[in-house]
Design a binder for this molecule. Structure first.
Ligand code: INI
Length: 154
């Protein structure tokens, strides 16, 4: 058996971040965790580009713009879709997740799903905050891992 993973090392890896303005207080928590973990993993600040979009529904297309630019090794999409009283939640959350997976599989560039889908605001905050769930940090790690797997493992 040969394990193909290498120790996480973000040196030289270029990251694109798509941040959703909808529920931006949550997105900012996610961003804090993402930046901190990317730095810890050796990603240079010069190698991180950030673009804001209106909401999760727009995230897949912005991710595709990053991929098409050929300047990134991985994209991280950050935001929160919080269930309300309407079926809007299912459309927005469903299209965001399906679109992000589609960009990833169609292009071979990892697109990380850092869009929280929760029942309420408190749950989203708990998952996003660096001191608790730190989903942004997890996404940073997933991005580096997938970029390394894509580059070095096969
Ligand atoms: N966008 C989100 O990112 N989160 C939400 O919770 C949300 N809700 O609940 O509606 C949301 N809607 C906006 C959507 O993503 C688009 O920006 C909008 O429909 C314009 O296309």
């Amino acid at each position: 058996m040969k394990e193909l993973n290498l120790p996480l090392d973000g040196t030289g890896i270029q990251i694109g971040i798509v941040a959703c303005r909808f529920n931006d207080a949550i997105t900012n928590q996610l961003l804090e965790g993402t930046f901190a973990r990317l730095e810890k993993l050796g990603v240079s600040d010069d190698n991180i580009d950030l673009v804001w979009v209106a909401g999760a529904f727009e995230a897949p297309l912005a991710a595709k713009f990053f991929v098409d630019s050929k300047k990134v090794d991985a994209v991280i999409c950050l935001g929160a879709v919080i269930r309300g009283e309407t079926p809007h939640f299912d459309y927005v959350a469903g299209e965001a997740s399906a679109g992000i997976m589609r960009v990833s599989l169609d292009t071979g560039i990892p697109v990380i799903f850092g869009i929280l889908t929760t029942e309420d605001y408190a749950q989203a905050l708990e998952r996003a905050a660096v001191e608790s769930g730190d989903k942004g940090g997890d996404c940073a790690e997933a991005a580096i891992e997938m970029a390394q797997i894509a580059r070095d493992s096969f």
